[in-house]
Design a protein around this ligand. Structure first.
Ligand code: GAR
Length: 201
């Protein structure tokens, strides 16, 4: 059984979808740890309610990004984590963190990468006026949303959408896609060759 850590800064609806999928048996792994950089993150409460170990690690207690990331990596090692899933974790990871878990860190991003990376992917796509956007699960490298793509799902932009209604539909899509990608990892079905991530059948 792979041991998964989920890192989240906010509402944690993706965390919830992952926890539900684990409970249903749709992910061949267990969530052993949830970490947040925000004391008030709803994600911490969601984990607590399901009896999952949940920690707030305060960036202000550390001298900079790399020191903070070292503290997180130490915790991940202590809990013998195999996969780190970023779920709305609003911090760029240092090279130290990425190198500690090569191709073992995933992120979910609310656009079809490489379009609209960074903050506010939904709003960027909406403002640009694209007719199709979506979400992407990718491995994390040192760049901003640049690692190998694992899965993507398209979401159409409809005539009367607002950023909020579009984000709701993208969220629904994320809640399907992320558990699927995590399960593929847990079953050792993902093989990265250069930039391409293959799904072994
Ligand atoms: C998700 O839509 C995720 O794609 C996005 O934050 C949201 C978190 O929602 N991530 C990013 O924008 C990363 N750049 P959640 O807290 O309800 O899971």
């Amino acid at each position: 059984m792979k041991r998964i850590a989920v890192l989240a800064s906010g509402r944690g609806t993706n965390l919830e979808a992952i926890l539900e999928a684990v409970e249903r048996g749709s992910i061949a792994g267990e969530v052993a740890l949830v970490i947040s950089d925000q004391a008030a993150a709803q994600a911490l409460q969601r984990a607590g309610k399901r009896g999952v170990k949940a920690l707030f690690i305060n960036p202000r207690d550390y001298g900079g990004r790399e020191q903070y990331d070292r503290a997180i990596v130490d915790q991940l090692k202590e809990d013998r984590i195999d996969l780190v899933a970023l779920a709305g974790f609003m911090r760029l990871l240092s090279a130290y963190f990425v190198n500690a878990y090569p191709m073992q860190i995933m992120n979910i991003h609310p656009s079809l990468l490489p379009a609209f990376p960074g903050l506010d992917g939904v709003e960027q796509a909406f403002d640009y006026g694209v007719k199709v956007t979506g979400c992407t699960v990718h491995f994390v490298d040192e760049g901003l949303d640049t690692g190998p793509v694992i899965l993507q799902e398209a979401v159409p932009v409809i005539q009367h959408d607002t950023v909020e209604t579009l984000h709701q539909r993208i969220h629904a899509s994320e809640h399907r896609l992320y558990p699927t990608a995590i399960d593929l990892f847990c079953r050792e079905k993902l093989k990265v060759e250069g930039r391409r991530c293959k799904i072994i059948d």
